[in-house]
Design a protein around this ligand. Structure first.
Ligand code: SIN
Length: 483
């Protein structure tokens, strides 16, 4: 029986940075569902937060806690901020090039709810893509694509590996330690900015195995997304645009967000998303991102990716303004773990990155904290894993396999229904009535003839709706409107 020392599920920033930190002497396998760049890291635009120095740590901590509605685990936030001083240096020392000015100084930008400019970026507005490429090159371990995990091999509080479809063949992969780095839940929502591979499968397996998910009511919606495309992944317009001075306006050019917060466009993400959603609903007006204050050449250089992508669909920035809507962006909640990625009551299983819930984001993630979270907590999980050493354990036999029932005939139809109900009833503004309706609909779908993968999505959707019903008062990205 072939067995790995470490199996890493996911090849986004947290999975790859974990792999980078495991010595070559270990037998490591990194797997991803599709091609490696089909992950949220690849689509991250704005940048990665880093504390500027020791003095900035408490300021960054306060910004993170304030955006998170003080629901955050303060210990995790302090670790995030303080460790950024080491991890950012490590990444730069290993050769990652962040954008610099003509004098060779790293450029820092600002996004909503940051009190200072502390976000590093690369390729202008293609930070995730550049970091992903850098980490792919740095990774010395085996990377296997087309590997869709549909079960965790768990017995008596220990994980022994996974069952997966590898190039469409049911396959068992054994490992002494498994690190979940599979990202969030984006594909559950009709409008989302996520890679199509991010579909909550592993969260769904955890629900089935009794592994706790935490803070699942706190789903984050990005305020400025172009949703008028036929593809599942909608086009993000980075917060860095507003950080640099872009405005959100209505049809008449009015900056209506000041009706919702004194900070206008730079209020935290939950407030801006809700403001846009509410204003559009109340007035029937469209909301736009307006770039007309920018000089053309500067804009093209600072936001080359956005300029090119939108030119291809007929928008010429900064002259044209872009119609926008909020869309699902990030799961603040996830698989509950400690600040080393250990899952309570479970041996041999870690979780890092967006899949994890250390409590670092609280009720609403501060912009650009996610790439940082990916590296900081990947590093800590690997440190823990390497320090504990390995005890020989006998691997039990796992008979049950779902490999032949991943999909069933009507799954596509139910999946669309689920995506719409998540958007309508478990979205930006929620009501108790809507949540109950969603809960019943999810329950009904679970009792239909469905495939394994849809079952896993529905498990996660149930966890979100139950968490939302469990929190009566509004907080951060969970907003309850009176019925
Ligand atoms: C963005 O570029 O606006 C997204 C950054 C983030 O999600 O943190």
């Amino acid at each position: 029986m072939e067995k790995y020392d470490v199996l890493i599920i996911g090849a986004g920033i947290s999975g790859l940075y974990a792999a980078m930190n495991i010595p070559k002497s270990k037998k490591v396998l990194v797997v991803c569902k599709d091609i490696p760049w089909e992950c949220n890291t690849f689509y991250a635009q704005g940048g990665m937060v880093t504390a500027l120095n020791e003095a900035d740590v408490p300021v960054h901590v306060e910004d993170t806690m304030s955006a998170g509605g003080y629901h955050n685990n303060k210990e995790a936030v302090e670790i995030l901020s303080r460790t950024s001083l080491e991890t950012t240096k490590d990444i730069i020392d290993k050769g990652m090039e962040f954008d610099k000015d003509d004098m060779g100084n790293i450029l820092f930008t600002k996004e909503a709810a940051h009190s200072v400019e502390r976000i590093v970026h690369a390729g202008g507005d293609a930070t995730g893509r550049y970091m992903h490429y850098f980490m792919m090159v740095q990774n010395m371990h085996q990377l296997q694509k087309n590997t869709l995990v549909y079960d965790l091999l768990i017995e008596d509080g220990r994980c022994y590996g996974v069952k997966a479809s590898v190039n469409y063949e049911p396959t068992t992969i054994y490992a002494n330690d498994v690190i979940i780095a599979s990202g969030g839940i984006g594909s559950l929502y009709a409008y989302n900015t996520n890679s199509r591979t991010v579909s909550a499968d592993i969260h769904g397996i955890c629900v089935e195995k009794g592994i706790e998910l935490a803070d699942m009511e706190f789903m984050q919606f990005h305020p400025t997304v172009f949703v008028d495309t036929p593809y599942a992944r909608k086009l993000l317009l980075t917060e860095a645009l507003r950080g640099e001075g872009a405005h959100i306006v209505d049809d008449e050019g009015r900056r209506f967000l000041f009706d919702y917060s004194d900070q206008g466009e730079l209020a935290s993400r939950d407030i801006v998303s809700r403001g846009i959603f509410d204003y559009k609903r109340k007035t029937g007006k469209q909301a736009y991102l307006d770039f007309s204050m920018f000089e053309e050449q500067w804009f093209e250089q600072r936001f080359p990716n956005i300029t090119r992508t939108f030119a291809a669909i007929g928008y010429h920035f900064p002259k044209d303004r872009a119609p926008i809507s909020p869309a699902f962006h990030y799961s603040n909640g996830g698989i509950k773990c400690d600040t080393h990625g250990c899952i309570p009551g479970m041996e041999g299983l870690y979780v890092i990155g967006e899949a994890a819930c250390t409590g670092v984001h609280g009720a609403n993630r501060l912009a650009s904290n996610s790439l940082l979270e990916g590296v900081v907590f990947a590093n800590r999980a690997v440190e823990h894993l390497l320090a504990k050493g390995h005890q020989q354990v006998l691997t039990p036999t796992f008979e049950k396999d779902y490999g032949n029932i991943l999909h069933k005939e009507n799954d596509k139809k139910y999946k669309q229904t689920l995506r719409q109900v998540m958007w309508d009833d478990i979205g930006i503004i929620r009501t108790t009535k809507g949540l109950h309706e969603a809960k019943n609909l999810i329950y009904d779908m679970k009792n239909k003839e469905i495939g394994r993968l849809l079952e896993l999505r529905l498990n996660t959707a149930s966890a979100i709706v139950e968490a939302a019903l469990g929190r009566v008062e509004s907080l951060g990205s969970h907003y309850m409107e009176p019925n």
